[in-house]
Design a protein around this ligand. Structure first.
Ligand SMILES: *[C@@H]1O[C@H](CO)[C@@H](O)[C@H](O)[C@H]1NC(C)=O
Ligand SMILES: *[C@@H]1O[C@H](CO)[C@@H](O)[C@H](O)[C@H]1NC(C)=O
Ligand SMILES: *[C@@H]1O[C@H](CO)[C@@H](O)[C@H](O)[C@H]1NC(C)=O
Ligand SMILES: *[C@@H]1O[C@H](CO)[C@@H](O)[C@H](O)[C@H]1NC(C)=O
Length: 460
């Protein structure tokens, strides 16, 4: 094997470093314990459930704190998979609280607080977390609250609406939603990848071809303008509408590969079409070669020069989760993917030896040595890598025909896809919704006074 020499070197390096790591991946019980510790460590960055905090979000946005709004959605999505794959329901109430608090006035994950700076990808990370909740049969919210499937449909509908799909560059979604934002003139892979991914998953769950038509159309457009290189299957970042998207920015992020690969796996699983099998196969072949040097997940565009920014600390975690799920939907990939995810997860925990706790994680997994910088994103990625090792025992994502019962709302989000200039007055419905969320929260071990004040702030 081509890799044998480097694998040997790696093993000895890992051996030295793991002496100091508290995380063991030796058996399923050890993996569950390690994941539990990492979930807890990640949530130390979250203060939204404390008195005066805003449920759902990590401290931010910059400069008020490190994290943008979308990262909260990514964190709940990670924890929904955590629950599904480990069986640990400790955080479920907190997840439901967070995911419901942020649904926004139109119940489509465009809460008024963030609409001024909202990207299609930001909104979709919450929508994809809701989709994971539906697919995994995560506990439903109370019946008068929007269901997980309905929330995912609402996000999808806002993005399928004509005002998000103009004719510049021959189609596709822009990165940002408000025209005044930096990035409104940019059409990129992550925005379109999220939309493709949600379309593929809604199609498999509901069997409604409106979704697969959009997924097909999005794939074709992304390939046509060269964001996916039709030969190598490299996925580039984006292009500017003022140049008809011919000025493709060729930087490659690992999550762009994984979001399309996971979507392709859903399309393949539901259609059994050879076309989707080939696309999936090429994406994972390219992804494993490019983003897993020495079989260890690496954010190649920024990690070597220490240039990764806060958002980028999370990408490898998505790759682990989505690649793990691909092995359920397209079992022919398991033989190639699973051993790599294992080596990569071992590397991830080998460097979780930092901070005051002696177990904080950095980003440079391949160094087997803590890199001196930790945060919610680094913890989230290490958690994702560890929990993904349990995929072999996990139930595959359900559909409405195989036990999925999440409440849908096929028309959700209609008419609310536009960013309004003026905030709507809070309706009685919003207030009732907010107090139901509050009541739900009383089940958590926390003071009523704290929650009441959150509700009052939320409705003001
Ligand atoms: C908030 O969540 C964290 C992490 O799950 C937990 O440790 C803490 O006890 C929670 N706080 C409250 C007030 O519920
Ligand atoms: C689709 O997913 C199911 C559930 O994991 C799996 O049993 C089935 O083999 C998959 N279909 C294909 C065509 O791989
Ligand atoms: C299929 O989805 C579209 C888009 O959300 C919706 O308008 C339509 O009513 C759905 N069809 C069925 C049969 O549910
Ligand atoms: C919007 O921001 C205000 C002020 O920080 C906060 O009280 C409220 O809870 C936020 N609403 C949401 C949905 O995050």
């Amino acid at each position: 094997m081509m890799h044998s020499l480097s694998t040997l070197t790696l093993l000895s390096a890992a051996g030295l470093a793991t002496a100091a790591s508290v995380f063991s991946l030796d058996n399923d019980a050890a993996i569950r314990n390690s994941a539990g510790q990492l979930a807890w460590d990640m949530l130390q960055y979250y203060h939204g459930n404390e008195s005066g905090g805003t449920p759902g979000i990590l401290p931010g946005p910059p400069p008020a704190g490190d994290y943008y709004w979308w990262e909260g959605g990514a964190m709940w999505g990670t924890l929904i998979d955590y629950w599904a794959w480990t069986g640990d329901s400790s955080y479920n109430d907190e997840i439901i609280q967070a995911m419901q608090f942020q649904v926004g006035e139109g119940q489509d994950y465009m809460p008024r607080n963030v609409t001024a700076s909202l990207g299609n990808d930001d909104q979709a990370f919450w929508g994809m977390a809701a989709m994971s909740a539906a697919e995994n049969k995560f506990p439903d919210p109370p019946s008068d609250r929007p269901g997980w499937l309905g929330l995912a449909q609402a996000v999808f509908n806002t993005q399928a609406s004509p005002d998000r799909h103009d004719e510049t560059c021959g189609g596709g979604l822009r990165w940002q939603i408000p025209f005044s934002n930096n990035g409104y003139g940019y059409k990129n892979s992550i925005a379109n990848g999220c939309f493709f991914n949600m379309g593929a998953r809604l199609f498999r769950y509901t069997d409604n071809e409106t979704y697969s038509n959009w997924a097909e159309k999005t794939w074709d457009w992304v390939e046509k303008i060269g964001l996916i290189d039709a030969k190598t299957y490299a996925i580039y970042d984006g292009g500017n509408v003022e140049h008809d998207c011919k000025d493709i920015n060729k930087v490659q992020y690992s999550y762009n590969n994984a979001i399309f690969a996971q979507g392709a796996a859903f399309m393949y699983n539901h259609t059994e079409d050879q076309k989707w099998k080939d696309r999936l196969d090429k994406l994972i072949t390219y992804g494993l070669e490019t983003f897993f040097p020495k079989d260890i997940a690496t954010e190649i565009s920024c990690e070597p020069g220490n240039g990764c920014k806060t958002d980028m600390f999370t990408y490898k975690g998505f790759v682990h989760r989505w690649y793990a799920q691909i092995t359920q939907l397209a079992p022919f990939t398991a033989e190639r993917i699973l051993p790599v995810l294992k080596t990569s997860a071992q590397a991830a925990v080998s460097q979780c030896t930092g901070g005051d706790t002696g177990r904080a994680c950095g980003l440079h997994w391949g160094d087997h040595k803590y890199d001196g910088k930790t945060g919610a994103g680094q913890e989230m990625s290490a958690l994702a890598a560890v929990q993904s090792l349990l995929i072999g025992h996990a139930k595959p994502p359900t559909t409405s025909k195989t036990g999925g019962t999440s409440k849908g709302n096929p028309g959700g989000g209609s008419g609310d896809g536009k960013i309004e200039k003026e905030a709507k007055p809070v309706t009685t419905g919003d207030k009732v919704g907010a107090s139901i969320v509050t009541i739900l929260l009383l089940g958590l071990a926390c003071g009523m006074f704290g929650w009441m004040s959150i509700e009052l702030e939320g409705s003001s």
